[in-house]
Write a protein that binds this ligand. Structure first.
Ligand code: BGC
Length: 748
């Protein structure tokens, strides 16, 4: 047999390579076994999180632990109420930072120091107020609630989560679920309106959107339920003020959205600024520990609101910072947002045996657990990529456009002014909001930019291209006395077939620290409308604002009114679609529009008056201008009779209610059925009616769709008392749907 010497060489080489390979693998294996032996358990991604937390905490000093309970600020804080200094040097041991920038490289540099320049290498948790969009800004939460489309809210929050994640933000201070019934309070914009159930549903939707199916998945960020609790009751609508929250309303109205959020798995909760009937929310052991952590079993952590610990001194609950820190921490606040009080005083408080180590460990383990869940130990850095790949994706713009379309509410449409008929050839687009971009973003608009926003004017121009010509006049500013633009506006209006008058609020008129004594628009805007009315042309008033408005002077002069809210970057396209009829409006109010400021507070789920026909206002109407749930459409719906599976049930039985709704008009529409319950007589008096379920469905013209509400008595009919206990009575109840009121009973 001839042997090829090259073959021998090859075989020998292979043999050598294999031997070397085996040796190498053995070395790697031994090395890795050794490394595994040496690597602390908390660095092992495969170990259970509880063990990782425990292993890490065993190695931490008290100082290191306290630093985990501390949140600082990086980047210039652009929230005008919380102007923070631009951070010069960040302590790499810090537990969390509010990161107000978009510079990923800078963010990663801070993270690198935390990982590499500290003994244990614990990553920083970066948080930011991503309230209704990071860069792809969508409608304010109050507007989202008016869409009655929580699935769309989930999708929108999901977009915000992805853009945040790609910038290195792993935690948002949202959703805000403070039931708010005083529109003078600027923060009504940030929540989901006046109803606890609606807040609960949208809270769940937002948590799901931010945190995804699993908070450990890429693009998921932690959510934060805020502001716990009763902040919406700030007296007189003045922000940061005292709030008198009765135990009954605490349990019945203000807590339910939080309970829903905790059940939905929200990772964190923020303690509020307000003083809850004598015990400030950030030093309230009853709400933070007894209710949230003990009764509800909340496993996440509580962060204070910005300086809310220090503010305990101003509120008269603590004599100095040390006492404030003690009270907040003892009550259940786990992380100090910005006050620097925990790092200053907690150690001393432990040494003095005022704060037990077990409480420190409890707080630290809550925070570390979230860091492990978020995968920060394995993926501490944000990927560097161009902005164009991070923000403003086309499909995301489509989603937020739909959210804007569905959240706008058609409040008035006399003699079918809308949709704009094709006989309209000249449209006068007038008003301070017409060409405005920045104000459409609303407050808390993350890193949204005015130049990303499609203005109402530009949206209309694009929509009516080839069908009608546009003329523009600003008319006046948002406020002030300058009426010099009225003449030009009147001239433009005179030459038109239809006036679209765009009025509203500047973005800084709502949001935090933006209380107003009157919810009417400044007089100059009303005067502009009055002067345009003289032209005799039909007027569509378009409103962009962050709160319900007093429209008592506007409504009589307008032929149609669209509440467009602060709709975000696609506001112009959404509005134009509604004007042209391409989009059939389907929004309904999630908050009452009082007739005037003097009616406040006014909300649909009030309790019955002792004399329902008396006690009326002598000078103004007693009913609101537009009630909760109000909103018009371009089509008409006919509701069939509500059918019950039975009119008598026992406590443990379910009751099915169904109603058939027919689209009797000629346009496709989306109809939301709101199901209310009332219990006229009860051990404790109950609200006149309470929303218990809603559903929105699309209905083709001429078609009928069935809506179904499965009544679960304990969930939907019970009342809660002032200690948080639920009771269900054998009694008479009513189901209310779109003007129908049907009696049923719970029997023995
Ligand atoms: C607000 C919070 C916000 C925090 C951080 C506070 O002033 O009340 O809602 O999350 O600042 O910016």
């Amino acid at each position: 047999m001839n042997i090829d010497p090259n073959q021998i060489k090859l075989k020998t080489m292979k043999k050598r390579t294999i031997t070397a390979g085996i040796l190498l693998s053995l070395t790697i294996l031994t090395g890795s076994v050794m490394a595994q032996k040496q690597a602390p358990l908390y660095k092992n991604a495969k170990a259970p999180i509880t063990q990782r937390v425990e292993s890490l905490m065993k190695q931490m000093t008290l100082d290191e632990k306290i630093m985990q309970l501390t949140q600082g600020n990086a980047g210039q804080n652009d929230n005008q109420n919380n102007q923070g200094e631009k951070i010069k040097g960040v302590d790499p041991l810090i537990g969390s930072l509010i990161y107000t920038g978009t510079d990923v490289e800078y963010r990663n540099r801070i993270q690198k120091e935390a990982l590499e320049d500290t003994r244990l290498g614990i990553p920083v948790l970066f948080g930011y107020d991503v309230i209704h969009g990071f860069r792809t800004v969508y409608p304010i939460p109050l507007a989202q609630a008016c869409s009655w489309n929580p699935a769309l809210a989930t999708q929108s929050c999901n977009i915000a989560a992805r853009e945040s994640y790609l910038t290195g933000i792993n935690w948002t201070f949202a959703p805000m679920i403070d039931v708010a019934r005083d529109p003078r309070w600027g923060r009504v914009a940030e929540g989901y309106g006046e109803d606890p159930y609606t807040n609960a549903i949208f809270c769940r939707a937002a948590v799901k959107g931010f945190q995804g199916e699993n908070i450990s998945n890429p693009y998921s960020i932690a959510s934060c339920l805020k502001h716990f609790v009763g902040y919406g009751l700030s007296e007189g609508g003045r922000d940061y003020h005292y709030s008198d929250v009765s135990p009954q309303s605490l349990w019945e109205t203000y807590l339910p959205p939080y309970e829903a959020g905790v059940k939905a798995g929200a990772a964190t909760v923020m303690s509020a600024f307000n003083d809850i009937s004598g015990v400030p929310a950030s030093a309230n052991h009853y709400t933070l520990t007894e209710i949230l952590k003990q009764r509800w079993g909340f496993k996440g952590f509580v962060v204070s609101d910005w300086f809310s610990i220090q503010q305990l001194i101003a509120q008269g609950a603590a004599k100095d910072e040390k006492e404030a820190g003690y009270k907040a921490f003892y009550s259940g606040v786990d992380m100090d947002m910005g006050d620097n009080i925990f790092p200053e005083h907690l150690k001393k408080l432990v040494e003095e045996k005022k704060v037990p180590m077990s409480r420190i460990d409890d707080a630290v383990s809550r925070i570390l657990t979230l860091k492990f869940k978020l995968g920060l130990f394995e993926h501490p850095y944000a990927e560097m990529m161009p902005e164009s790949q991070r923000y403003l994706k086309e499909e995301d713009k489509t989603t937020v456009k739909q959210m804007a379309e569905e959240s706008m509410v058609l409040l008035k449409n006399a003699i079918q002014t809308l949709p704009v008929s094709n006989t309209v050839k000249n449209i006068a687009v007038i008003g301070p909001m017409a060409k405005d971009q920045g104000n459409l973003l609303g407050s808390w608009s993350g890193h949204g930019r005015a130049e990303d926003v499609l203005s109402f004017y530009n949206g209309i121009e694009h929509e009516f291209n080839g069908q009608a010509t546009l003329q523009y006049a600003q008319g006046c500013d948002f406020e002030g006395n300058d009426q010099s633009g009225f003449n030009q506006a009147t001239e433009v209006a005179t030459n038109s077939d239809l006036i679209v008058l765009c009025l509203g609020e500047r973005r800084e008129w709502s949001g935090e620290n933006a209380s107003r004594s009157s919810i009417a628009l400044p007089t100059v805007q009303q005067l502009l409308l009055e002067s345009l009315k003289k032209t005799g042309k039909p007027i569509v008033v378009v409103l962009s604002n962050g709160r319900p408005l007093d429209l008592s002077k506007i409504e009589p002069l307008a032929d149609a009114i669209i509440e467009a809210w602060q709709p975000g970057i696609q506001g112009g396209a959404a509005l134009a679609g509604i004007l042209s009829g391409r989009v059939n409006p389907s929004g309904r109010l999630a908050i009452t529009f009082p007739y005037c400021t003097g009616q406040i507070p006014i909300y649909y789920n009030m309790r019955q008056s002792a004399r329902p026909t008396q006690g009326l206002y002598q000078d103004v109407p007693t009913d609101p201008l537009y009630p909760f749930g109000y909103g018009l459409s371009y089509t008409t719906y006919h509701y069939g009779p509500v059918r019950f599976s039975s009119t008598k049930i026992k406590k443990n039985q379910k009751l099915i209610a169904e109603v058939e709704v027919t689209n009797t008009g000629s346009k496709i529409g989306k109809e939301t059925v709101l199901w209310y319950i009332s219990q006229p007589v009860c051990t404790i008096t109950r609200p006149i009616k309470e929303l218990k379920y809603f559903e929105k469905k699309e209905i083709q013209p001429g078609k009928t769709v069935t809506y179904r509400f499965e009544i679960n008595p304990m969930r939907d009919l019970s009342y809660i008392d002032s200690n948080g206990h639920k009771f269900l009575e054998e009694n008479e109840y009513f189901l209310l749907v779109n003007g129908q009121k049907l009696k049923f009973e719970i029997t023995k």
